[in-house]
Write a protein that binds this ligand. Structure first.
Ligand code: GLN
Length: 455
């Protein structure tokens, strides 16, 4: 823990951390030392980790990257935070992310990083002029730059898989409902899932085993599946494994260098005894409008709790209650968050609900059905996590749609609630390329097995 804290300070120009507390971290580390000495240590005793600042922590501020929560202290720990602490992991601090997890570049963060007095975008350690991906950019960078061996993130439409891909680390989003959402600042509740980032599938398996499990008291969508030991099948043979490659995932719009890296990875799998089969996910393109309607609709509802009364920031000068709400939200939310709230409110409003929200829900179901058709022919699905490598800071400028389009390969699996991961597969022009693996419901062990044999 001491070594990692020093290294975090040495590399604070990356902007990965939003909060640190050395004293509390070192106290946890000492407790872990004692457990280890006594021979009754839990699985992750003494492993330094850090949490995306979307998880509520009683010991450190929780901001979700937003001005509206600047300085906010949660009275409790998120279930994921509690479970990792019970497993002995030592929490060093909180990691930068796009505001309320809305974004693909970590440029939407609105609170200062450690070592700065203003908000800064997180930098990709492979090339500091590039974005790390988002929204869990801080988590991916912290692992890639060896600031921690593992970190937590959340994935609503790709926020674990895409930054893992852009930073050359491994990340897994489990089946929707595997991990409790209690204490995760809510963005889109029917999509949000927690998961780990680490350097290997093996480390991800250890983290995932610790953080998953039912939480009936606090999250009614957490599934009644006992926690599993995900490291059990890591070394299973891949002989005869059918890997489905959706033809929509390697078509137009995929950078040639990304396609080459993915093809090479698929070739390696064939050498390991796997069989490549072509499958189709015909509604891949529709996943973008469907996701950006559903996620915005849910966000507009979830974010109504930030009104200046109950949490964080409150505007100073106001005429009456309505004016206080309006000014607080005007000052507290960034542009992207406001855009989502406006889109979400619009698609849920009378007269537009049937035309947008209801249609999106129908297509969402069709997308989930398409996956089941594909899984009739294969055991898991493979393709790129993103169409390109990490782009330059500022490259998408004021064009949010450029960000949205880059989510095309992670959104379908999210809408279907399927587990997915990104595994380092190679490079394009010196920047990492991630291979995305998508499994059927509860297929995490199979994903980790395939990732482990490949690494
Ligand atoms: N990039 C997507 C968005 O902006 C996904 C974010 C996420 O998974 N949290 O909504």
């Amino acid at each position: 823990a001491q070594h990692q804290l020093a290294r975090i300070r040495q590399h604070q120009d990356l902007g990965a951390f939003l909060a640190l507390d050395d004293e509390k971290a070192l106290a946890q580390a000492r407790a872990a030392d004692e457990q280890l000495a006594a021979g009754n240590a839990p699985a992750l005793a003494g492993v330094p980790i850090a949490h995306k600042d979307i998880f509520a922590t009683a010991d450190l501020p929780t901001t979700a990257g937003s001005r509206i929560l600047a300085g906010y202290r949660s009275p409790f720990d998120a279930t994921v935070v509690r479970k990792l602490a019970e497993a002995g992991a030592v929490n060093l601090g909180k990691l930068s992310c796009d505001e309320f997890a809305m974004g693909s570049s970590n440029e939407n963060v609105a609170v200062p990083a450690v070592g700065f007095d203003h908000a800064v975008p997180v930098r990709n350690p492979w090339d500091r002029t590039r974005i790390p991906g988002g929204s869990s950019g801080g988590s991916a960078v912290a692992v890639a730059a060896r600031l921690v061996p593992a970190a937590t993130g959340t994935d609503t439409g790709g926020s674990i898989r895409q930054p893992a891909s852009f930073c050359g680390v491994t990340g897994i989003k489990p089946t929707y409902g595997r991990a409790s959402r209690y204490g995760m600042v809510a963005f889109a509740s029917s999509l949000d899932q927690a998961g780990p980032f680490a350097r290997s599938a093996e480390d991800c398996a250890l983290m995932l085993s610790a953080l998953c499990g039912p939480d009936p008291e606090h999250d009614s969508t957490s599934l009644d599946r006992p926690a599993e030991d995900f490291s059990h099948h890591l070394s299973d043979s891949l002989d005869g494994l059918r890997i489905g490659v959706p033809r929509e995932f390697l078509g137009e719009g995929v950078a040639p260098g990304v396609r080459a890296a993915i093809e090479a990875a698929l070739g390696e799998y064939e050498k390991l005894g796997a069989r490549r089969v072509e499958v189709t996910l015909p509604r891949t393109e529709l996943s973008i409008p469907v996701y950006y309607i559903i996620a915005a609709a849910e966000a507009s509802s979830n974010l109504s709790r930030f009104d200046g009364v109950k949490f964080g920031h409150r505007a100073k000068n106001y005429r009456d209650l309505a004016d206080m709400y309006a000014k607080t939200r005007e000052e507290g939310f960034g542009d992207e968050v406001k855009r989502r709230v406006m889109i979400g409110t619009y698609v849920l409003s009378h007269g537009y609900y049937d035309a947008y929200y209801l249609q999106a829900q129908k297509v969402r179901r069709m997308i989930a059905d398409d996956f089941q058709q594909a899984f009739a022919h294969c055991d898991l699905i493979a393709g790129p996590a993103a169409p390109t490598v990490a782009w330059k800071l500022g490259e998408h400028g004021d064009d949010p749609v450029a960000d949205y389009l880059a989510d095309i390969f992670t959104l379908p699996g999210s809408l279907a609630g399927l587990p997915g991961m990104s595994v380092p597969a190679g490079f394009d022009g010196g920047m990492p390329v991630g291979l995305q693996l998508i499994g059927n419901y509860f297929g995490e062990a199979k994903l980790l097995n395939a990732a482990h044999r490949f690494q």
